[in-house]
Write a protein that binds this ligand. Structure first.
Ligand code: HAM
Length: 416
C-alpha cells in the first residue's frame, strides 16, 4: 500500500532545538521591551483579510486557504498573517494603549513552494497599537535589529527602509506614478494590470526590463507633504543615533495594502530569491478599515521563522543553544525487573533527573548500544541479583567505570 506523504508546502520538524531557541530568546527580548504575549485563533473570517490586506493583493486574490463550512458559517479561512487578527482583537477587547503585543504561530498562504517559501509557515508577529509617534517606529526597528545582531549574532543581513508618507501622499504619488507609466511602452502585462489596481506594486516586478524603467520612476520621498517629510527625516536621524544601519530602498512597497509611512524589511543574501526574513511597517488606518470608529495609529512587524532558521543553521554552533540535561537510562535485564525499574525511574523523575527506561526486553548488549547512541551519561542496570539485594549497577558511560549502589542511595550518588 502507498504511504501518505505530508501536504505540499508543509513541513515536519524532527529537531526543534533551533526553532525553540528562536522563540524563547524572542520571548525574553520582547519582555525586555515590555511587550506581552497574546494568541489569536488560526481560523478567521475571510472578510477580515479582504478588508485589511486589500482585494488586489496576491494574498487575498489567490493565496487564501478558504474552508468549506457546508454553508453553515460565514466564509472562514486559515489566517495568512497576524496583523489583521491582532487589530480585530484590539477592537473587540479595547485594551489600554499603546498596546504592545506579540504572538507566534502558523500562517497559511497558497504560494508556489520554493526555498524559504511554504504554504504553512511560522511567524513571530509583533504590533504596537495606539501610537502615532515616529520614534515608536525607530524603537521597534531597533528592537528587531538588536534581536538579530546581539541575540542571534547575525551579521549577514541588511535593513531596507522606505517611507510611503500619509495615505494622501500615497494617493497623490500613485497618480504621479501612473502618469509616468503611461509614457513607458516597455513594461510587462502584470505591471500594466498593477498600474490599474495597485500601482506601487510595480516595484515588486521580477522582470529586469521593467526594473530598468523603474530606476527612473519618480520617488515617493520626493513627493511627501511637509509633515511627512519631517517624520521621514526624524526616523532616519533617530535610527542613526541608535546606531542602526539601514539602506534606503525606494522600491520597497511591501505586498499588503494597509501600510502608510514607514515600511521596512530585513533581508539576507544567503536566502536566495525569498530574501526577506522580517517585514513590517506602519498602518495607521487599519483599525478604521475594520470598523473601529476611531483611528488608532499603529505599527508592527513579523519575522519568518523558517527563513531565520535557514540563515542561522550553518552557524548555529556559535549560539548558546540549550545543552540537553544528562540522561540516565534504566535497563531491566528481564521483564521480571520491569516493576523495580519503573519504581526506580519514578524516584529519579521525582528528583528532576532525565530518565528513560528500556522496557522492550532486549539483551544488555543491544541496550548498551542504544544508550550509547542516545548519548546517555549513566546506565542503571537491574538484574535479578540487584532486584534481590535492592541495589543497582550504575555504569558511567563516559569512562566505563561501574559501581553497585543501594537503590535508596542512587539519587544522591547521581545528582551532580
Ligand atoms: P509579510 O512580509 O507578508 O508581512 O511576512 C513577514 C515575513 O514572513 C516575511 O518577511 C517572511 O520572512 C515570512 N513569510 C511570508 N510568507 C512566507 C511563506 N510563504 N513561507 C515562509 N515564510 C514566509 C506580514 O505578514 C505582516 N503581517 C507583517 C506586519 C506586522 N506588518 C505590520 N505588522
Amino acid at each position: 500500500m502507498q504511504t501518505i506523504s505530508r501536504v505540499k508546502g508543509t513541513q515536519d520538524f524532527i529537531d526543534l532545538t533551533l526553532f525553540n531557541f528562536i522563540i524563547h530568546t524572542f520571548e525574553t527580548h520582547a519582555d525586555l521591551y515590555h511587550f506581552s504575549r497574546i494568541e489569536t485563533p488560526i481560523l478567521e473570517k475571510v472578510d477580515l483579510f479582504k478588508r485589511s490586506l486589500g482585494l488586489h493583493t496576491d494574498v487575498v486574490s489567490k493565496e487564501m486557504f478558504i474552508i468549506n463550512t457546508q454553508g453553515k458559517d460565514e466564509q472562514i479561512c486559515l489566517r495568512p498573517e497576524a496583523t489583521a487578527p491582532t487589530v480585530r482583537m484590539f477592537i473587540e477587547q479595547k485594551p489600554l494603549t499603546p498596546w504592545k503585543v506579540y504572538s507566534f504561530g502558523s500562517m497559511f498562504r497558497y504560494e508556489r513552494p520554493q526555498k524559504g517559501r511554504f504554504r504553512e509557515f511560522h511567524q513571530i508577529n509583533m504590533e504596537v497599537i495606539g501610537s502615532a509617534s515616529i520614534d515608536q517606529d525607530a524603537q521597534l526597528i531597533t528592537m528587531l535589529d538588536r534581536f538579530f545582531h546581539e541575540t542571534l549574532l547575525m551579521n549577514n543581513y541588511s535593513l531596507q527602509l522606505n517611507f510611503l508618507g500619509s495615505y494622501d501622499d500615497r494617493a497623490a504619488y500613485s497618480n504621479l506614478l501612473r502618469t509616468f507609466l503611461k509614457k513607458e511602452s516597455g513594461i510587462c502585462k502584470t505591471c500594466r494590470e498593477r498600474a490599474e489596481k495597485n500601482v506601487m506594486r510595480i516595484f515588486d516586478c521580477k522582470n529586469p526590463d521593467c526594473q530598468k524603467i523603474y530606476d527612473n520612476a519618480p520617488l515617493i520621498v520626493d513627493h511627501l507633504s511637509t509633515a511627512s517629510k519631517k517624520e521621514w527625516e526624524q526616523l532616519q536621524e533617530t535610527l542613526s543615533l541608535l546606531s542602526v544601519s539601514f539602506a534606503y530602498n525606494h522600491k520597497l512597497v511591501r505586498g499588503l495594502d494597509y501600510y502608510n509611512k514607514t515600511v521596512f524589511e530585513f533581508a539576507s543574501s544567503s536566502l536566495g530569491a525569498q530574501n526577506a526574513f522580517c517585514g513590517g511597517g506602519r498602518y495607521d488606518r487599519l483599525s478604521m478599515e475594520l470598523g473601529d470608529p476611531q483611528e488608532h495609529p499603529a505599527l508592527g512587524a513579523a519575522i519568518g521563522i523558517e527563513r531565520l532558521m535557514l540563515i542561522l543553521e550553518p552557524t548555529k554552533d556559535k549560539l548558546p543553544l540549550p545543552q540537553p540535561a544528562p540522561l540516565y537510562i534504566i535497563m531491566p535485564l528481564s521483564p521480571e525487573q520491569n516493576s523495580v525499574a519503573l519504581l526506580l525511574a519514578d524516584t529519579l523523575h521525582a528528583s528532576g533527573l532525565v530518565t528513560d527506561t528500556l522496557l522492550e526486553g532486549n539483551s544488555l548488549k543491544s541496550m548498551m548500544r542504544r544508550a550509547n547512541k542516545m548519548g546517555a551519561a549513566y546506565a542503571l542496570i537491574l538484574g535479578s541479583e540487584e532486584q534481590q539485594n535492592k541495589s543497582v549497577l550504575v555504569k558511567n558511560m563516559m569512562n566505563s567505570t561501574q559501581e553497585q549502589v543501594a537503590q535508596i542511595d542512587v539519587v544522591n550518588y547521581l545528582k551532580p
